[in-house]
Design a protein around this ligand. Structure first.
Ligand code: HEC
Ligand code: HEC
Length: 298
């Protein structure tokens, strides 16, 4: 008798697991049919945030699976700016258009989004960095880059458990190109390049060649970083002063972005003003750190 009861319970569980799997497969195929055109993490330029991030934000914003499904469904049935919680995605891509899917199907998709293990969106982040760079949006660029390095850098494996889900192609991180630049030169090489870019900018201003000025400023704003080894050496010696050293660098970056915008707007007085402020910022760092850092890197 006992055995029969146990067997019956076991069968019940198997049946449940089977039903769950079937629902998951249905949710996945509905997702691919209705949402994947935009929510494909490999699109370049990006059309929508990858589900990896959507899932993370919605899990953080809800208490349990039911609440998650409810919140995704409420949004996807009638997307509006106040309902959207991914404010940065709305800023960059606009509010999601209504996908026009029946509520019962949206619920199945929402459950699938909750349960799936999505691949890390490394391809998406690279495309988004490219987009931010072309828009000259340094703040956004740095934010994505930080996440990219954390999630997709050499030390983290970008393996995903949903190898067969097909929603994201999973590439081993070692085949990804370095985040934004070579990042393997010495600081001296980086500075020599910066000196060259600075001369280009100066010359472009004298020739009133706004287009070249814009490009030169852009190159300065996104200049290469020295190799990790060089950065670690500087950090080890400067220690607490490292944050001031970084701030000096950030100041130059921020001014370069403003120069790029002034050149785009063909605003010569502003362009000259920002350029001289940037030169002061370059020299301020040289005065405080140049000879010390040369010693550190010897
Ligand atoms: C035409 C392109 C497109 C399609 C199709 C699409 N989305 Fe989106 N989706 C977006 C964009 C763009 C955003 C980012 C802007 C935003 O959050 O509103 C987004 C954001 C989202 C968000 C996060 C909203 C937030 O900010 O809180 C959810 C959830 C979502 N989509 C679910 C879905 C589901 C489910 C489907 C399929 C039924 C779907 N999307 C189909 C473009 C699309
Ligand atoms: C965060 C600090 C910092 C900032 C900001 C900075 N530099 Fe430098 N720079 C250095 C250091 C340190 C060196 C010495 C590197 C070495 O020789 O190893 C240097 C060296 C140089 C050199 C000499 C390279 C050589 O061949 O010896 C040039 C040219 C230069 N910087 C240009 C610039 C320009 C142009 C800017 C602004 C757009 C700038 N730097 C901003 C720290 C900085």
């Amino acid at each position: 008798m006992k055995k029969i009861i146990l067997l019956a319970i076991a069968m019940l569980f198997t049946a449940n697991a089977y039903a769950d799997e079937k629902k998951m497969a249905e949710g996945k195929s509905l997702f691919k049919e209705n949402c994947f055109v935009c929510h494909n993490a490999d699109l370049d330029p990006p059309q929508a945030p990858p589900m990896f991030g959507v899932q993370k934000h919605y899990k953080r914003a809800t208490a349990d699976r039911d609440a998650f499904i409810e919140k995704v469904t409420t949004f996807a049935m009638d997307p509006t700016e106040d309902k959207a919680i991914l404010k940065m995605a709305v800023d960059h891509l606009g509010v999601m258009p209504n996908p026009g899917v029946e509520e019962a199907d949206v619920r199945k998709i929402a459950a699938y989004i909750h349960d799936e293990t999505f691949a890390k969106p490394c391809g998406h982040m690279k495309a988004a960095m490219k987009m931010a760079k072309s828009e000259g949006d340094l703040k956004h660029f740095n934010k994505i880059k930080k996440n990219f390095n954390r999630m997709c850098g050499n030390n983290s494996s970008s393996t995903a458990r949903c190898g067969s889900c097909g929603t994201n192609s999973v590439r081993p991180s070692s085949t990804l190109p370095a985040p934004s630049s070579a990042e393997d030169g010495t600081l001296k090489q980086v500075m020599q390049q910066l000196g060259q870019d600075y001369s280009d900018l100066d010359r472009a201003i004298l020739l009133e060649d706004f287009e070249t000025a814009e490009k030169a400023a852009h190159t300065i704003a996104f200049h290469d970083k020295p190799s990790m080894g060089q950065r670690m050496k500087i950090l080890a010696s400067l220690r607490l002063e490292m944050s001031d050293f970084k701030k000096a660098d950030e100041k130059v970056h921020a001014l370069a972005v403003e120069i790029e915008q002034a050149a785009k707007a063909k605003d010569m007085p502003l362009l000259i003003k920002r350029q001289s402020q940037m030169l002061s910022a370059c020299m301020a760092c040289h005065t405080s750190y140049r000879s010390r850092v040369i010693d550190i890197l010897k």
